[in-house]
Design a binder for this molecule. Structure first.
Ligand SMILES: Nc1ncnc2c1ncn2[C@@H]1O[C@H](COP(=O)(O)OP(=O)(O)OP(=O)(O)O)[C@@H](O)[C@H]1O
Ligand SMILES: [Mg+2]
Length: 315
């Protein structure tokens, strides 16, 4: 097993020092995990994530090859949480998350200059503020670039250049920072069915290893509920859980907002807590129904459909 790498060994570079000052305290260290089987076990036991083995095998293969990974799939299937956990275990350090938006640019992710300080002291190392992507490269930890389709094409091209060459140039400082170890790995996430999201360029798709996420099977989803709810699952009769699993499947087929595993987990959690709050030993259809209306309807179009589907399962 690889050993813990705390990275900073008295580097004199002021930007490196700044990165450790700013980000050092949020990084937690652990032994890097390189075995897929051990990773699957830790994901389950520690992170309470039931991850399909092919996801871990492919991701690790990509990392060994120093290639970025793209997780694509429906909402609420664990892309963000699983990606963050895998990156953290791989590098042995807390991963960084960059949630994309349309106006993301290099200043938001690499670094920018403090305006007042730059005015008085110039565009130099003193006025430079390192941002997460540069920090991750210097700290040699992973980066999860969330919802990449929400970013603009210039931003995606800038990332490709960094990923290809494994280095970040800061022209104002005449500095180049290079990848130091193999902890600096990148996972993108994307939900290709989300409306109003841009297409990813061929150049982008050529470079990434694309991994498809799918809804878990009924058995896997039941397993996930037990992992996430822990003791609370005892509050819901198995027969009701069974109905809930059927209901989300119908809604995934018919509804505009398709409930993911994340929605199922929150539906069941609220159901169990409603029962607990009311002092009931076990939840009844009433709690399941009330919790459904509050967790499964995300837009007006689905309101009637959700009620209709629920009524079919009330017996
Ligand atoms: N395989 C899984 N194992 C355990 N929990 C899961 C799994 N998949 C989804 N979940 C549940 O969903 C939550 C994480 O969903 P997450 O936000 O990572 O999904 P996502 O695919 O990134 O969704 P979105 O597309 O909406 O961003 C977890 O907190 C957990 O409740
Ligand atoms: Mg996500």
């Amino acid at each position: 097993m690889a050993s813990i790498d705390r990275g900073f060994t008295g580097d004199k570079d002021p930007i490196v020092k700044k990165v450790y000052e700013i980000y050092g305290s949020i990084i937690e260290y652990r032994n890097p995990v390189r075995s897929p089987d051990l990773m699957l076990k830790i994901l389950r036991d520690e992170y309470r994530l039931l991850v399909k083995p092919y996801i871990v095998y492919l991701t690790i293969a990509a990392f060994i090859n120093n290639r970025p990974v793209l997780y694509e799939g429906p909402p609420g299937t664990g892309k963000t949480e699983i990606g963050e956990a895998i990156l953290t275990l791989w590098s042995g350090k807390t991963a960084f998350i960059l949630p994309c938006s349309e106006n993301y640019d290099e200043y938001r992710v690499i670094g920018d200059f403090h305006p007042a300080m730059a005015m008085s002291k110039g565009f130099n190392e003193e006025s430079f503020i390192p941002r997460p992507l540069l920090a991750a490269l210097i700290l040699d930890t992973g980066v999860l670039i969330d919802e990449i389709r929400r970013s603009n094409e210039d931003f995606q091209n800038m990332l490709l250049d960094i990923i290809d060459k494994r280095r970040i140039i800061i022209p104002e400082l005449k500095k180049v920072y290079r990848q130091r170890g193999n902890g600096f790995q990148i996972i993108f996430t994307s939900n290709p069915w989300d409306i109003a999201q841009s297409d990813l360029s061929d150049a982008f798709l050529r470079r990434v290893i694309r991994i498809r996420f799918r809804y878990p099977s009924r058995e896997e989803e039941w397993e996930i509920l037990k992992l996430r709810l822990e003791g609370l699952i005892e509050r819901i009769p198995e027969e009701l859980v069974g109905r809930a699993l059927e209901i989300v499947r119908v809604l995934r087929d018919k509804a505009v907002y398709k409930p993911g595993t994340a929605d199922l987990v929150s539906w069941m959690t609220i159901t169990a807590l409603l029962a607990e709050n009311k002092g009931l030993g076990k939840a009844t259809w009433r709690e399941l129904y009330d919790a459904a209306l509050s967790t499964l309807i995300k837009n007006q179009e689905d309101e009637d459909l959700v009620e209709e589907v629920l009524s079919k399962y009330r017996y």
